[in-house]
Ligand binder design. Structure first.
Ligand SMILES: *Cc1c(COP(=O)(O)O)cnc(C)c1O
Length: 446
């Protein structure tokens, strides 16, 4: 075999069997070896990438292990990239491998060289800082909501400055009836609303700043848009206002400006011009940026905090930080997402349209179905104005229920009396499984 033959990257049987046996203890060694051999064979014949061998073997074992979790794997044929009801961002193969590594004993908080305690999740924090050089430090908590509560508590309430200044245009309900300002208030902060629904001016903020101000909060209204007679105050202006207030002696310290960007883009994405990103916000003068890990960042559920070293340190040392800390699985998957190859969320957003059309036509042909235009969306409460044009395989509407109930379950989009399969969020290697699932649904129907 030539030196650079990809088949050289196929993991060895004994190592994989040992790894998967510890993850699937309920399977005998023979069953695990069978699954590993089948996946290696698929990689040798070019059916799957050598780096996906572990995942394929694991998927195979998981599908046999129907009683181990009540969660069922699904194919997302909705065209909605971040679908809240089916788990937001799917993890990359690298992140899934990292989960496996972290699932046993691992050095999450341990220095292997000298056998002493080490900073928890240091690899993940280093990955975030390397990805966002504008951030002096980083912190990872349970989710975006936890990041906000920890920031307002540790930087405001705990320091005797409970007021959080926020524009009325940014009083957002994030979903399932939860409202960010109520969340913050539940932890003892006092919301100081300024401006109006459509217009907020610099003087509105300036008038509100005082000795009781803990934070100025800038929330990205991620799930709605206000058009028309509007104006708002950007992060750069807010940073200038807080500097002035400190110089005037109106606030005893420089009031931190926190930008809650929601989706977790680390850098600008030209496809999503209205989505704020961490790098740009920090460069504009935000003291802190908070976001989710499982929206556009494409990783596990987490809350990401990036920014000023002293401020992040204050948050890290607050007792509440312990209550919202993340487990080793999250740290592992997040590090792999940030360092790793392009993740499925990014891939679904930036698909090659020729390829998407060719795949859609091939699936339609295999099923004797027609192809129609389809428009996907970012979803997950993000980028509400962005349309993701593509195509879908059109099936009779009544198939939607049997598709959902199949193995794997297929979630379609029911629209204008048809059941549409948009392949944008279906990994290309799963097209054959999708075809099988549809045939099974049609067969079960007949
Ligand atoms: C999604 C979102 C949140 C909540 O983040 P979770 O990770 O779901 O807790 C907070 N703020 C904004 C702007 C969001 O879009």
């Amino acid at each position: 075999m030539p030196h650079d033959d990809p088949r050289r990257r196929i993991p060895r049987t004994d190592a994989l069997v040992a790894q998967l046996s510890s993850f699937h203890p309920s399977h005998g060694r023979d069953a695990v070896t069978d699954a590993v051999r089948a996946a290696q064979e698929a990689a040798r014949s070019g059916g799957i990438d050598p780096q996906d061998v572990a995942r394929h073997a694991m998927d195979e074992l998981t599908s046999r292990e129907s009683c181990a979790t009540s969660l069922r794997p699904l194919l997302n044929a909705t065209g909605v990239v971040l679908h809240t009801n089916i788990g937001r961002a799917p993890l990359s193969a690298a992140a899934r491998d990292a989960l496996l590594t972290a699932s046993g004993y691992c050095d999450v908080e341990f220095d292997i060289a000298d056998g002493s305690r080490a900073r928890r999740g240091r690899g993940t924090l280093a990955a975030l800082r390397a990805a966002v050089p504008a951030a002096q430090d980083a912190l990872v908590v349970n989710n975006g909501a936890a990041a906000l509560v920890l920031a307002t508590t540790a930087l405001g309430v705990a320091l005797g400055r409970p007021e959080v200044v926020v524009s009325r245009a940014e009083m957002v309900e994030i979903g399932d009836g939860f409202r960010l300002h109520e969340l913050i208030a539940s932890a003892g902060a006092v919301i100081r609303e300024v401006g109006t629904t459509n217009r907020t001016h610099p003087t509105d903020y300036a008038d509100a700043l005082g000795p009781r101000t803990g934070l100025v909060l800038k929330v990205h209204p991620s799930n709605f848009r206000v058009d028309g007679f509007t104006s708002d105050v950007g992060v750069r202006e807010l940073a200038d206002l807080t500097t002035l207030a400190e110089r005037d002696g109106r606030t005893p310290v420089r009031v931190p400006v926190l930008a809650d960007i929601g989706s977790g883009l680390l850098h600008p994405d030209p496809l999503l011009p209205d989505e704020p990103d961490a790098t740009t916000m920090l460069a504009a003068g935000a003291t802190l940026v908070t976001s989710s890990g499982d929206k556009l960042l494409g990783g596990p559920q987490a809350g990401i905090v990036l920014g000023d070293a002293d401020v992040v340190h204050t948050m890290r040392r607050h007792p509440l930080a312990r209550a919202v800390r993340v487990d080793k699985l999250t740290l592992a998957a997040l590090e792999a997402t940030v360092r790793g190859p392009v993740h499925p969320t990014h891939r679904a957003l930036h698909l090659d349209l020729h390829e998407l059309r060719a795949r859609t036509q091939a699936v339609a042909q295999a099923l004797d179905a027609s192809v129609v235009d389809s428009v996907g969306v970012v979803g997950g409460g993000g980028a509400p104005g962005v349309r993701l044009p593509g195509w879908a395989v059109a099936l009779p509407e009544h198939l939607a229920a049997s598709l959902r109930a199949g193995t794997p379950g297929v979630i379609s989009r029911v629209e204008s009396g048809r059941c549409l399969l948009d392949l944008r969020c279906v990994p290309a290697e799963d097209d054959a499984r999708l075809i099988d699932a549809v045939r099974a649904a049609i067969g079960g129907d007949a």
